[in-house]
Design a protein around this ligand. Structure first.
Ligand code: SF4
Length: 329
């Protein structure tokens, strides 16, 4: 992992060229909107492949330009570069424009030709043949569409500023920029999904089943089978523990390590109290305090819980975050 959004600048992936079908779809959407159907996000040029040719071009561009850096930098988040080192091929797989093996085999060939290191190719292949397939089979194995992740009554619901992608209401740079990207593109890469969006929802205790619905509605690749495992099982550990061995929680220091967001944010990731307290740092400790009993005895959480016990002003941090509640940070 490289720090603070570092890495080479890369050319953007080839942009799809819209045609008559795009115009027809846009007309339909505009008409439905005028008839009262509500959509989420902003309209803009199509960014993802909708034809076989576009999907193949996107794949070839990734293999040539991004794959060599993928292994060391797949967690990197950059405010100025939505794609960073990712392929953006999930929609092509989901739409059947590209078979996953048609991405895996060229990646392997790039390794054999010496144009991509093993760490990158291994990470990419594991993501597709390993994780993607695991999530698919887990979905059917654990009963498709089951109400996994429902929490007891009283668990906070996802607030409207989040569901409506109101990035302008948010001052935390990481969350505001990520919400704006979802609003404008219907997509952000996996590190933003995990470390910013789902992480914040975990800190606030939002209902995992509602977060599944939100991802399903807001993302161009948010197919239900892909969202249930990733959103319920992974970050909030709400299945509970079927898929992962601990919640995927992190504070502001981790976000500073993997992104360039914290420089220039009005909050300070090193602070957990006061007007400059980072909502991710304070939220992380408040979450651990709330989940302390449930996580007790989980060896992977032992160190974090020990750190929690050494925080002298923990009651004040918890009270501050309770007061922050559902307001946009
Ligand atoms: S300081 Fe906190 S809120 Fe601001 S960008 Fe960093 S992690 Fe996000």
């Amino acid at each position: 992992m490289t720090p603070s959004g570092s890495g080479p600048d890369l050319p953007p992936p080839p942009a799809p060229v819209e045609d008559d079908i795009d115009a027809e779809v846009r007309d339909d959407l505009n008409r439905w909107q005028s008839e009262g159907i509500e959509f989420v996000g902003r309209d803009g040029p199509r960014l993802f492949p909708a034809t076989r040719r576009e999907a193949v071009d996107r794949r070839d561009h990734f293999i040539a330009h991004r794959l060599p850096f993928y292994g060391a930098r797949e967690e990197t988040i950059r405010a100025t570069d939505p794609w960073v080192f990712h392929s953006g091929l999930s929609t092509s797989f989901n739409l059947g424009l590209l078979h996953p093996l048609e991405a895996v085999r060229p990646a392997e060939a790039a390794y054999r030709a010496g144009s991509a290191p093993l760490s990158s190719v291994e990470g990419f292949v594991c993501g597709i043949l390993g994780w993607r397939d695991y999530i698919w089979h887990l979905y059917w194995y654990l009963e498709a569409g089951s109400p996994a992740g429902r929490r007891p009554r009283g668990t906070p619901t996802v607030p409207p500023w989040f569901t409506r992608l109101d990035a302008d209401a948010v001052r935390a740079r990481c969350l505001s920029d990520t919400l704006a990207q979802v609003r404008d593109r219907g997509w952000v890469h996996h590190a933003q999904r995990l470390m910013v969006l789902a992480n914040y929802a975990l800190h606030r205790g939002w209902r995992p089943s509602e977060m599944v619905d939100w991802f399903h509605r807001s993302f161009v690749d948010g197919f239900e089978w892909a969202m249930v495992g990733n959103v319920v099982g992974m970050t909030p550990y709400a299945d509970p523990g079927t898929m992962t061995t601990k919640p995927y929680a992190a504070g502001g220091a981790h976000l500073d390590k993997v992104s360039d967001y914290c420089t220039g944010c009005r909050y300070d990731f090193t602070k957990r109290r006061g007007p400059d307290a980072c909502p991710f740092t304070a939220g992380y400790w408040a979450f651990l305090d709330r989940a302390r009993e449930r996580l007790h005895g989980n060896v992977r959480m032992t160190r974090a819980l020990r750190q929690l016990d050494r925080i002298p002003d923990l009651p004040d941090v918890v009270a501050q975050e309770r007061e922050r509640g559902q307001t946009p940070p």
